[in-house]
Ligand binder design. Structure first.
Ligand code: ZN
Length: 538
Protein backbone atom coordinates (compact mmCIF):
# COMPACT_ATOMS: atom_id res chain seq x y z
CA UNK A 1 0.00 0.00 0.00
CA UNK A 2 1.33 3.39 -1.00
CA UNK A 3 -0.64 5.44 1.46
CA UNK A 4 2.08 6.10 4.00
CA UNK A 5 4.39 7.35 1.25
CA UNK A 6 1.70 9.61 -0.06
CA UNK A 7 1.18 10.88 3.45
CA UNK A 8 4.79 11.90 3.78
CA UNK A 9 4.71 13.82 0.52
CA UNK A 10 1.52 15.57 1.45
CA UNK A 11 2.83 16.44 4.88
CA UNK A 12 4.58 19.47 3.43
CA UNK A 13 1.34 21.02 2.31
CA UNK A 14 0.20 21.61 5.88
CA UNK A 15 3.45 22.88 7.31
CA UNK A 16 3.68 26.64 7.56
CA UNK A 17 6.52 28.22 5.56
CA UNK A 18 6.72 25.31 3.10
CA UNK A 19 8.32 26.78 0.00
CA UNK A 20 5.83 27.50 -2.71
CA UNK A 21 2.84 26.59 -0.56
CA UNK A 22 0.26 28.76 1.10
CA UNK A 23 -0.59 28.20 4.73
CA UNK A 24 -4.13 26.79 4.59
CA UNK A 25 -6.81 29.05 5.98
CA UNK A 26 -9.04 27.20 8.42
CA UNK A 27 -12.62 27.15 7.30
CA UNK A 28 -14.77 29.15 9.69
CA UNK A 29 -18.07 29.25 7.81
CA UNK A 30 -21.05 27.10 8.63
CA UNK A 31 -22.75 25.41 5.70
CA UNK A 32 -26.26 26.50 6.60
CA UNK A 33 -27.78 29.39 8.54
CA UNK A 34 -29.91 27.03 10.67
CA UNK A 35 -26.81 25.53 12.26
CA UNK A 36 -24.22 27.58 14.13
CA UNK A 37 -22.13 27.82 17.27
CA UNK A 38 -22.15 30.88 19.45
CA UNK A 39 -19.10 31.18 21.66
CA UNK A 40 -19.85 32.23 25.25
CA UNK A 41 -17.14 32.66 27.87
CA UNK A 42 -13.62 31.33 27.71
CA UNK A 43 -12.54 29.56 30.87
CA UNK A 44 -9.31 31.54 31.05
CA UNK A 45 -11.25 34.83 30.79
CA UNK A 46 -13.56 34.04 33.72
CA UNK A 47 -11.15 32.16 35.99
CA UNK A 48 -7.46 32.71 36.66
CA UNK A 49 -5.87 29.29 36.82
CA UNK A 50 -2.71 29.20 38.90
CA UNK A 51 0.64 28.47 37.32
CA UNK A 52 0.54 25.10 39.03
CA UNK A 53 -2.84 24.27 37.51
CA UNK A 54 -1.69 25.28 34.04
CA UNK A 55 1.48 23.23 34.50
CA UNK A 56 -0.56 20.20 35.62
CA UNK A 57 -2.67 20.58 32.49
CA UNK A 58 0.42 20.64 30.27
CA UNK A 59 -0.59 23.94 28.67
CA UNK A 60 -3.29 26.58 28.55
CA UNK A 61 -6.93 25.67 29.19
CA UNK A 62 -9.18 25.76 26.11
CA UNK A 63 -12.50 25.40 27.99
CA UNK A 64 -15.44 27.57 27.01
CA UNK A 65 -19.20 27.90 27.16
CA UNK A 66 -21.43 28.39 24.16
CA UNK A 67 -24.65 27.55 22.38
CA UNK A 68 -25.04 25.16 19.44
CA UNK A 69 -28.04 26.26 17.37
CA UNK A 70 -29.72 23.39 15.49
CA UNK A 71 -32.96 23.16 13.51
CA UNK A 72 -34.48 21.30 16.51
CA UNK A 73 -33.37 23.73 19.19
CA UNK A 74 -30.34 24.97 21.06
CA UNK A 75 -27.77 23.11 23.12
CA UNK A 76 -26.11 25.14 25.86
CA UNK A 77 -22.53 23.88 26.13
CA UNK A 78 -20.67 22.16 27.68
CA UNK A 79 -23.47 19.60 27.57
CA UNK A 80 -23.83 15.92 28.23
CA UNK A 81 -25.62 14.02 25.45
CA UNK A 82 -27.21 10.80 26.71
CA UNK A 83 -27.01 7.84 24.35
CA UNK A 84 -30.08 6.25 22.80
CA UNK A 85 -28.31 3.67 20.67
CA UNK A 86 -31.35 2.22 18.90
CA UNK A 87 -33.51 5.37 19.03
CA UNK A 88 -34.26 4.80 22.69
CA UNK A 89 -32.39 5.58 25.89
CA UNK A 90 -32.59 2.10 27.36
CA UNK A 91 -35.56 1.74 29.74
CA UNK A 92 -36.30 5.51 29.86
CA UNK A 93 -39.10 7.44 28.16
CA UNK A 94 -37.98 10.38 25.97
CA UNK A 95 -40.32 12.57 28.05
CA UNK A 96 -38.41 11.54 31.18
CA UNK A 97 -35.14 12.41 29.44
CA UNK A 98 -36.51 15.88 28.74
CA UNK A 99 -37.68 16.24 32.37
CA UNK A 100 -34.26 15.32 33.71
CA UNK A 101 -32.65 18.05 31.63
CA UNK A 102 -31.16 16.20 28.65
CA UNK A 103 -30.70 18.74 25.85
CA UNK A 104 -29.89 16.32 23.03
CA UNK A 105 -29.70 12.56 22.42
CA UNK A 106 -27.22 10.52 20.39
CA UNK A 107 -28.22 7.44 18.38
CA UNK A 108 -26.19 4.97 16.45
CA UNK A 109 -26.17 4.77 12.64
CA UNK A 110 -24.84 1.20 12.57
CA UNK A 111 -27.58 -0.18 14.81
CA UNK A 112 -30.38 1.76 13.10
CA UNK A 113 -29.06 0.73 9.68
CA UNK A 114 -29.36 -2.94 10.65
CA UNK A 115 -32.61 -2.47 12.57
CA UNK A 116 -35.20 -1.19 11.66
CA UNK A 117 -33.40 0.18 8.56
CA UNK A 118 -32.85 3.85 7.74
CA UNK A 119 -35.76 3.88 5.26
CA UNK A 120 -38.14 3.42 8.21
CA UNK A 121 -36.74 6.45 10.04
CA UNK A 122 -36.83 8.48 6.84
CA UNK A 123 -40.48 7.57 6.26
CA UNK A 124 -41.26 8.44 9.89
CA UNK A 125 -39.91 11.96 9.38
CA UNK A 126 -36.52 11.41 10.96
CA UNK A 127 -35.05 10.12 14.21
CA UNK A 128 -36.60 12.72 16.53
CA UNK A 129 -40.13 12.28 15.20
CA UNK A 130 -39.77 8.49 15.14
CA UNK A 131 -38.88 8.33 18.85
CA UNK A 132 -41.02 11.27 20.00
CA UNK A 133 -38.07 13.48 20.94
CA UNK A 134 -38.45 17.04 19.69
CA UNK A 135 -34.98 18.25 20.72
CA UNK A 136 -31.65 18.08 18.89
CA UNK A 137 -30.25 14.67 17.93
CA UNK A 138 -26.86 13.26 16.95
CA UNK A 139 -25.92 10.08 15.10
CA UNK A 140 -22.45 8.64 15.02
CA UNK A 141 -21.24 7.38 11.66
CA UNK A 142 -21.23 3.67 12.39
CA UNK A 143 -17.48 3.49 11.84
CA UNK A 144 -16.77 2.62 15.45
CA UNK A 145 -19.36 -0.18 15.57
CA UNK A 146 -18.54 -1.51 12.11
CA UNK A 147 -14.92 -1.92 13.10
CA UNK A 148 -15.29 -2.87 16.73
CA UNK A 149 -18.43 -4.96 17.25
CA UNK A 150 -17.65 -8.61 17.05
CA UNK A 151 -14.07 -8.09 16.00
CA UNK A 152 -12.93 -8.28 19.60
CA UNK A 153 -11.31 -4.87 19.26
CA UNK A 154 -13.77 -3.69 21.84
CA UNK A 155 -11.64 -4.61 24.78
CA UNK A 156 -8.53 -2.96 23.41
CA UNK A 157 -10.07 0.34 22.46
CA UNK A 158 -11.53 0.80 25.90
CA UNK A 159 -9.61 3.40 27.81
CA UNK A 160 -7.11 1.90 30.16
CA UNK A 161 -3.50 1.04 30.46
CA UNK A 162 -2.27 -0.96 27.52
CA UNK A 163 1.48 -0.73 27.85
CA UNK A 164 3.11 -4.07 27.28
CA UNK A 165 -0.15 -5.83 26.39
CA UNK A 166 0.22 -9.06 24.47
CA UNK A 167 -2.06 -11.25 22.41
CA UNK A 168 -3.13 -14.82 23.15
CA UNK A 169 0.17 -16.17 21.84
CA UNK A 170 2.26 -13.85 23.99
CA UNK A 171 3.37 -11.63 21.11
CA UNK A 172 2.78 -7.89 21.37
CA UNK A 173 -0.65 -7.11 19.93
CA UNK A 174 -0.35 -5.95 16.33
CA UNK A 175 -2.33 -4.72 13.33
CA UNK A 176 -3.98 -8.04 12.54
CA UNK A 177 -4.86 -9.21 16.02
CA UNK A 178 -8.38 -9.80 17.21
CA UNK A 179 -9.43 -10.99 20.65
CA UNK A 180 -9.22 -14.64 21.61
CA UNK A 181 -12.08 -16.70 20.24
CA UNK A 182 -13.24 -13.93 17.89
CA UNK A 183 -13.04 -13.87 14.13
CA UNK A 184 -12.32 -10.62 12.36
CA UNK A 185 -15.73 -9.24 11.43
CA UNK A 186 -14.58 -6.17 9.52
CA UNK A 187 -12.17 -5.77 6.61
CA UNK A 188 -10.98 -2.28 5.72
CA UNK A 189 -9.88 -1.27 2.23
CA UNK A 190 -9.26 2.15 0.75
CA UNK A 191 -12.83 2.42 -0.47
CA UNK A 192 -14.69 1.27 2.64
CA UNK A 193 -15.35 -1.57 5.06
CA UNK A 194 -16.97 -4.98 4.67
CA UNK A 195 -18.47 -6.22 7.89
CA UNK A 196 -20.67 -8.94 9.28
CA UNK A 197 -23.88 -8.01 11.05
CA UNK A 198 -23.61 -8.83 14.75
CA UNK A 199 -27.32 -9.76 14.61
CA UNK A 200 -27.42 -12.44 11.91
CA UNK A 201 -23.97 -12.60 10.32
CA UNK A 202 -25.08 -11.05 7.02
CA UNK A 203 -22.32 -9.30 5.09
CA UNK A 204 -22.69 -5.53 4.63
CA UNK A 205 -20.52 -2.81 3.20
CA UNK A 206 -20.08 0.71 4.56
CA UNK A 207 -18.33 3.39 2.55
CA UNK A 208 -18.23 7.12 3.30
CA UNK A 209 -21.10 7.54 0.80
CA UNK A 210 -23.20 4.78 2.39
CA UNK A 211 -22.66 6.24 5.87
CA UNK A 212 -23.81 9.66 4.66
CA UNK A 213 -26.86 8.19 2.92
CA UNK A 214 -27.80 6.23 6.04
CA UNK A 215 -27.31 9.23 8.32
CA UNK A 216 -29.27 11.53 6.03
CA UNK A 217 -32.17 9.06 6.10
CA UNK A 218 -31.97 8.80 9.89
CA UNK A 219 -32.14 12.58 9.91
CA UNK A 220 -30.26 13.65 13.07
CA UNK A 221 -29.29 17.32 13.46
CA UNK A 222 -25.61 16.43 13.84
CA UNK A 223 -23.90 13.58 11.97
CA UNK A 224 -20.33 12.36 12.01
CA UNK A 225 -18.09 11.63 9.03
CA UNK A 226 -17.14 8.00 8.40
CA UNK A 227 -13.67 7.34 9.78
CA UNK A 228 -11.35 4.42 10.29
CA UNK A 229 -11.02 3.37 13.86
CA UNK A 230 -7.60 2.19 14.97
CA UNK A 231 -6.48 0.83 18.31
CA UNK A 232 -3.50 1.71 20.47
CA UNK A 233 -1.99 -1.60 19.37
CA UNK A 234 -1.71 -0.65 15.72
CA UNK A 235 1.77 0.15 14.48
CA UNK A 236 2.79 3.73 13.78
CA UNK A 237 2.92 2.93 10.05
CA UNK A 238 -0.63 1.61 10.15
CA UNK A 239 -1.82 4.68 12.09
CA UNK A 240 -0.42 6.90 9.33
CA UNK A 241 -2.09 4.82 6.66
CA UNK A 242 -5.45 4.81 8.48
CA UNK A 243 -5.26 8.55 9.14
CA UNK A 244 -4.72 9.25 5.46
CA UNK A 245 -7.65 6.98 4.62
CA UNK A 246 -9.80 8.89 7.12
CA UNK A 247 -8.72 12.19 5.52
CA UNK A 248 -9.73 10.99 2.05
CA UNK A 249 -12.98 9.56 3.44
CA UNK A 250 -13.69 12.94 5.07
CA UNK A 251 -13.55 14.61 1.66
CA UNK A 252 -15.86 11.96 0.22
CA UNK A 253 -18.27 12.39 3.16
CA UNK A 254 -18.44 16.15 2.54
CA UNK A 255 -19.06 15.67 -1.19
CA UNK A 256 -21.84 13.11 -0.58
CA UNK A 257 -23.29 15.20 2.27
CA UNK A 258 -23.47 18.27 0.02
CA UNK A 259 -25.05 16.23 -2.77
CA UNK A 260 -27.69 14.78 -0.41
CA UNK A 261 -28.38 18.16 1.21
CA UNK A 262 -29.08 19.65 -2.24
CA UNK A 263 -31.14 16.65 -3.28
CA UNK A 264 -33.30 16.26 -0.18
CA UNK A 265 -35.10 19.58 -0.52
CA UNK A 266 -37.35 20.64 2.34
CA UNK A 267 -35.58 18.57 5.03
CA UNK A 268 -34.09 20.34 8.06
CA UNK A 269 -30.35 20.98 7.62
CA UNK A 270 -28.11 18.27 9.05
CA UNK A 271 -24.70 19.40 10.27
CA UNK A 272 -21.66 17.25 9.54
CA UNK A 273 -18.77 16.86 12.02
CA UNK A 274 -15.38 15.55 10.91
CA UNK A 275 -13.77 12.93 13.14
CA UNK A 276 -10.22 13.39 14.39
CA UNK A 277 -8.11 10.24 14.70
CA UNK A 278 -4.36 9.82 15.20
CA UNK A 279 -4.28 7.69 18.36
CA UNK A 280 -1.63 8.78 20.86
CA UNK A 281 0.66 10.54 18.35
CA UNK A 282 0.86 14.30 18.72
CA UNK A 283 2.01 14.96 15.15
CA UNK A 284 -0.76 12.76 13.71
CA UNK A 285 -3.47 14.31 15.90
CA UNK A 286 -2.34 17.85 15.03
CA UNK A 287 -2.09 17.00 11.34
CA UNK A 288 -5.60 15.48 11.35
CA UNK A 289 -6.95 18.63 13.00
CA UNK A 290 -5.26 20.92 10.47
CA UNK A 291 -6.41 18.77 7.53
CA UNK A 292 -10.00 18.35 8.66
CA UNK A 293 -10.12 21.81 10.26
CA UNK A 294 -9.60 23.33 6.81
CA UNK A 295 -12.53 21.37 5.34
CA UNK A 296 -16.11 22.72 5.40
CA UNK A 297 -17.22 20.72 8.44
CA UNK A 298 -19.72 22.23 10.90
CA UNK A 299 -17.90 20.82 13.90
CA UNK A 300 -15.58 18.04 14.97
CA UNK A 301 -15.62 14.78 16.85
CA UNK A 302 -12.57 13.66 18.78
CA UNK A 303 -12.41 9.93 18.38
CA UNK A 304 -10.26 6.89 18.51
CA UNK A 305 -8.08 5.14 20.97
CA UNK A 306 -7.35 7.19 24.05
CA UNK A 307 -5.61 6.15 27.22
CA UNK A 308 -7.20 7.71 30.26
CA UNK A 309 -3.97 9.27 31.49
CA UNK A 310 -3.37 10.96 28.11
CA UNK A 311 -6.94 12.08 27.50
CA UNK A 312 -6.40 15.71 28.52
CA UNK A 313 -3.16 16.04 26.59
CA UNK A 314 -4.61 14.62 23.37
CA UNK A 315 -7.77 16.73 23.62
CA UNK A 316 -5.61 19.82 24.21
CA UNK A 317 -3.44 19.13 21.12
CA UNK A 318 -6.60 18.79 19.02
CA UNK A 319 -8.34 21.88 20.31
CA UNK A 320 -5.21 24.00 19.91
CA UNK A 321 -5.43 23.22 16.18
CA UNK A 322 -9.17 23.12 15.48
CA UNK A 323 -11.02 26.37 14.64
CA UNK A 324 -12.32 27.88 17.89
CA UNK A 325 -15.55 28.91 16.17
CA UNK A 326 -16.78 25.33 15.70
CA UNK A 327 -18.22 22.92 18.26
CA UNK A 328 -16.27 19.84 19.38
CA UNK A 329 -17.67 16.55 20.57
CA UNK A 330 -15.72 13.97 22.55
CA UNK A 331 -16.92 10.55 21.43
CA UNK A 332 -17.68 7.92 24.04
CA UNK A 333 -16.08 8.49 27.43
CA UNK A 334 -16.90 6.95 30.77
CA UNK A 335 -15.98 8.57 34.07
CA UNK A 336 -16.82 11.93 35.70
CA UNK A 337 -13.14 12.90 35.89
CA UNK A 338 -12.83 12.30 32.11
CA UNK A 339 -15.68 14.73 31.49
CA UNK A 340 -13.97 17.45 33.54
CA UNK A 341 -10.74 16.78 31.64
CA UNK A 342 -12.64 17.24 28.39
CA UNK A 343 -14.48 20.38 29.50
CA UNK A 344 -11.41 22.30 30.63
CA UNK A 345 -9.54 21.34 27.48
CA UNK A 346 -12.23 22.73 25.18
CA UNK A 347 -14.80 19.99 24.53
CA UNK A 348 -18.39 21.21 24.11
CA UNK A 349 -20.44 18.00 24.04
CA UNK A 350 -19.97 14.46 25.33
CA UNK A 351 -21.73 11.16 24.95
CA UNK A 352 -21.44 8.15 27.17
CA UNK A 353 -23.40 4.93 27.72
CA UNK A 354 -22.21 4.48 31.32
CA UNK A 355 -25.12 6.12 33.19
CA UNK A 356 -27.65 3.60 31.85
CA UNK A 357 -25.23 0.70 31.56
CA UNK A 358 -24.14 0.81 35.19
CA UNK A 359 -27.71 1.61 36.29
CA UNK A 360 -28.91 -1.70 34.89
CA UNK A 361 -26.34 -3.33 37.18
CA UNK A 362 -27.73 -1.47 40.21
CA UNK A 363 -24.82 0.99 40.43
CA UNK A 364 -25.88 4.58 41.12
CA UNK A 365 -23.92 7.83 41.21
CA UNK A 366 -23.86 10.09 44.25
CA UNK A 367 -21.71 13.13 45.12
CA UNK A 368 -19.72 10.71 47.32
CA UNK A 369 -19.06 8.23 44.53
CA UNK A 370 -20.90 5.20 43.18
CA UNK A 371 -22.62 2.54 45.26
CA UNK A 372 -24.57 -0.62 44.53
CA UNK A 373 -28.23 -0.80 45.49
CA UNK A 374 -28.25 -4.59 45.84
CA UNK A 375 -26.15 -4.35 49.00
CA UNK A 376 -28.06 -5.88 51.95
CA UNK A 377 -27.69 -2.73 54.01
CA UNK A 378 -30.31 -0.97 51.80
CA UNK A 379 -33.05 -3.55 52.42
CA UNK A 380 -34.83 -1.28 54.88
CA UNK A 381 -33.21 2.04 53.97
CA UNK A 382 -36.12 4.35 53.22
CA UNK A 383 -34.05 7.35 52.17
CA UNK A 384 -33.58 8.40 48.51
CA UNK A 385 -30.44 7.41 46.57
CA UNK A 386 -29.02 10.63 47.93
CA UNK A 387 -30.58 13.43 49.93
CA UNK A 388 -31.01 16.54 47.79
CA UNK A 389 -31.12 14.87 44.36
CA UNK A 390 -33.88 16.53 42.36
CA UNK A 391 -34.49 13.62 39.99
CA UNK A 392 -37.85 11.89 39.58
CA UNK A 393 -36.54 8.71 41.20
CA UNK A 394 -35.16 10.38 44.30
CA UNK A 395 -38.22 12.58 44.80
CA UNK A 396 -40.57 9.54 44.66
CA UNK A 397 -38.72 6.35 45.63
CA UNK A 398 -36.44 4.91 48.31
CA UNK A 399 -33.27 2.86 48.30
CA UNK A 400 -35.25 0.03 49.92
CA UNK A 401 -37.75 0.01 47.05
CA UNK A 402 -34.98 0.05 44.42
CA UNK A 403 -33.14 -2.68 46.35
CA UNK A 404 -36.30 -4.77 46.19
CA UNK A 405 -36.80 -4.13 42.44
CA UNK A 406 -33.25 -5.21 41.67
CA UNK A 407 -33.50 -8.29 43.89
CA UNK A 408 -36.80 -9.25 42.27
CA UNK A 409 -35.34 -8.59 38.81
CA UNK A 410 -38.12 -6.14 37.99
CA UNK A 411 -37.65 -3.95 34.89
CA UNK A 412 -38.66 -0.78 36.69
CA UNK A 413 -35.31 -1.05 38.51
CA UNK A 414 -33.44 -0.15 35.30
CA UNK A 415 -35.82 2.71 34.55
CA UNK A 416 -35.55 4.35 37.96
CA UNK A 417 -31.80 3.86 38.34
CA UNK A 418 -31.17 5.12 34.77
CA UNK A 419 -33.24 8.27 35.34
CA UNK A 420 -31.19 9.04 38.44
CA UNK A 421 -27.81 8.39 36.80
CA UNK A 422 -28.60 10.38 33.66
CA UNK A 423 -29.79 13.30 35.79
CA UNK A 424 -26.63 13.12 37.87
CA UNK A 425 -24.27 13.43 34.87
CA UNK A 426 -26.44 15.97 33.00
CA UNK A 427 -26.50 18.17 36.11
CA UNK A 428 -22.78 17.72 36.75
CA UNK A 429 -22.02 19.13 33.28
CA UNK A 430 -24.69 21.85 33.58
CA UNK A 431 -23.08 22.95 36.84
CA UNK A 432 -19.66 23.00 35.18
CA UNK A 433 -21.08 25.30 32.48
CA UNK A 434 -22.54 27.64 35.10
CA UNK A 435 -19.23 27.58 36.97
CA UNK A 436 -17.26 28.58 33.86
CA UNK A 437 -19.62 31.52 33.32
CA UNK A 438 -19.41 32.63 36.96
CA UNK A 439 -15.62 32.23 37.17
CA UNK A 440 -15.82 29.44 39.75
CA UNK A 441 -14.95 26.49 37.53
CA UNK A 442 -11.82 25.32 39.35
CA UNK A 443 -13.47 25.55 42.79
CA UNK A 444 -16.43 23.56 41.48
CA UNK A 445 -14.21 20.96 39.82
CA UNK A 446 -11.99 20.44 42.84
CA UNK A 447 -14.92 20.20 45.23
CA UNK A 448 -16.85 17.81 43.00
CA UNK A 449 -13.96 15.49 42.20
CA UNK A 450 -12.59 15.71 45.74
CA UNK A 451 -15.89 14.50 47.14
CA UNK A 452 -16.70 12.02 44.37
CA UNK A 453 -13.36 10.28 44.64
CA UNK A 454 -12.93 10.84 48.40
CA UNK A 455 -13.69 7.21 49.27
CA UNK A 456 -11.27 5.98 46.64
CA UNK A 457 -8.66 8.48 47.84
CA UNK A 458 -9.36 7.53 51.47
CA UNK A 459 -8.87 3.85 50.63
CA UNK A 460 -5.64 4.68 48.87
CA UNK A 461 -4.54 6.81 51.83
CA UNK A 462 -5.45 4.03 54.28
CA UNK A 463 -3.37 1.59 52.26
CA UNK A 464 -0.44 3.99 52.21
CA UNK A 465 -0.75 4.58 55.95
CA UNK A 466 -0.89 0.85 56.65
CA UNK A 467 2.24 0.38 54.55
CA UNK A 468 3.96 3.22 56.42
CA UNK A 469 2.97 1.71 59.79
CA UNK A 470 4.39 -1.67 58.76
CA UNK A 471 7.62 -0.05 57.59
CA UNK A 472 7.93 1.83 60.90
CA UNK A 473 7.38 -1.38 62.88
CA UNK A 474 9.96 -3.23 60.79
CA UNK A 475 12.46 -0.44 61.36
CA UNK A 476 11.73 -0.55 65.11
CA UNK A 477 12.32 -4.32 65.19
CA UNK A 478 15.53 -3.98 63.23
CA UNK A 479 16.76 -1.24 65.59
CA UNK A 480 15.94 -3.39 68.64
CA UNK A 481 17.79 -6.35 67.15
CA UNK A 482 20.74 -4.11 66.37
CA UNK A 483 20.77 -2.81 69.98
CA UNK A 484 20.61 -6.38 71.30
CA UNK A 485 23.50 -7.39 69.09
CA UNK A 486 25.57 -4.39 70.17
CA UNK A 487 24.86 -5.11 73.85
CA UNK A 488 25.94 -8.73 73.40
CA UNK A 489 29.12 -7.73 71.63
CA UNK A 490 29.88 -5.29 74.42
CA UNK A 491 29.23 -7.97 77.07
CA UNK A 492 31.47 -10.38 75.20
CA UNK A 493 34.26 -7.82 74.91
CA UNK A 494 33.97 -7.04 78.64
CA UNK A 495 34.04 -10.73 79.55
CA UNK A 496 37.12 -11.29 77.37
CA UNK A 497 38.82 -8.27 78.91
CA UNK A 498 38.01 -9.60 82.39
CA UNK A 499 39.45 -13.03 81.58
CA UNK A 500 42.55 -11.48 80.09
CA UNK A 501 43.00 -9.38 83.23
CA UNK A 502 42.56 -12.46 85.48
CA UNK A 503 44.99 -14.48 83.38
CA UNK A 504 47.56 -11.75 83.50
CA UNK A 505 47.10 -11.45 87.29
CA UNK A 506 47.63 -15.22 87.65
CA UNK A 507 50.71 -15.03 85.40
CA UNK A 508 52.23 -12.44 87.67
CA UNK A 509 51.56 -14.72 90.67
CA UNK A 510 53.61 -17.49 88.99
CA UNK A 511 50.28 -19.10 87.82
CA UNK A 512 49.23 -22.71 87.55
CA UNK A 513 49.08 -24.33 84.08
CA UNK A 514 45.94 -26.22 85.06
CA UNK A 515 43.91 -23.13 85.74
CA UNK A 516 45.11 -21.54 82.45
CA UNK A 517 44.02 -24.72 80.66
CA UNK A 518 40.59 -24.63 82.28
CA UNK A 519 40.22 -20.99 81.28
CA UNK A 520 40.99 -21.68 77.61
CA UNK A 521 38.35 -24.45 77.54
CA UNK A 522 35.63 -22.00 78.40
CA UNK A 523 33.26 -21.37 75.56
CA UNK A 524 33.99 -18.31 73.47
CA UNK A 525 30.74 -16.75 74.51
CA UNK A 526 28.78 -16.89 77.69
CA UNK A 527 25.07 -16.53 77.32
CA UNK A 528 25.53 -13.81 74.73
CA UNK A 529 24.07 -14.04 71.20
CA UNK A 530 26.65 -12.61 68.86
CA UNK A 531 24.85 -13.37 65.59
CA UNK A 532 24.63 -10.16 63.60
CA UNK A 533 20.93 -9.24 63.35
CA UNK A 534 19.34 -8.66 59.99
CA UNK A 535 16.67 -6.14 59.22
CA UNK A 536 14.03 -8.78 58.50
CA UNK A 537 14.49 -10.49 61.86
CA UNK A 538 11.19 -11.17 63.54
ZN1 ZN B 1 -31.81 11.02 41.99
Amino acid sequence: MKLSLALKERDHSVLPHSPGRLVPVLNTEFSDSTFSFELGNRLTDTAQPTGKQVEANGGAFQGRTGVIHTPHGDIATPAFTPVGTKATVKAVLPEAMKDLGAQALLANAYHLYLQPGPDVLDAAGGLGKFMNWDGPTFTDSGGFQVMSLGSGFKKVIDMGTVAGATGADGRPIGDDDVAVGKERMAHVDDDGVNFKSHINGDIHRFTPEVSMQVQHQIGADIMFAFDELTTLYNSRAYQEEALERTRLWALRCIAEHQRLTAERVGKPYQALFGVIQGAQYEDLRRKACRDLGAMPFDGFGLGGALEKENLGTIVRWCNEELPESKPRHLLGISEPDDIFTGIENGVDTFDCVSPTRVARNAAVYTPDGRFNLTNARYRTDFSPIFEGCDCYTCTHYTRAYLHHLFKADERLSATLASIHNERFIVKMVDDARTAIDSGEYFDYRDEFLGKYYAKKVAQQKAQEEAAARKAAKDAERAAAAQARWEANMKAKAESEARRAAEKSARGQEGGADASAQAESNQPETDQADTTKPTSDEK
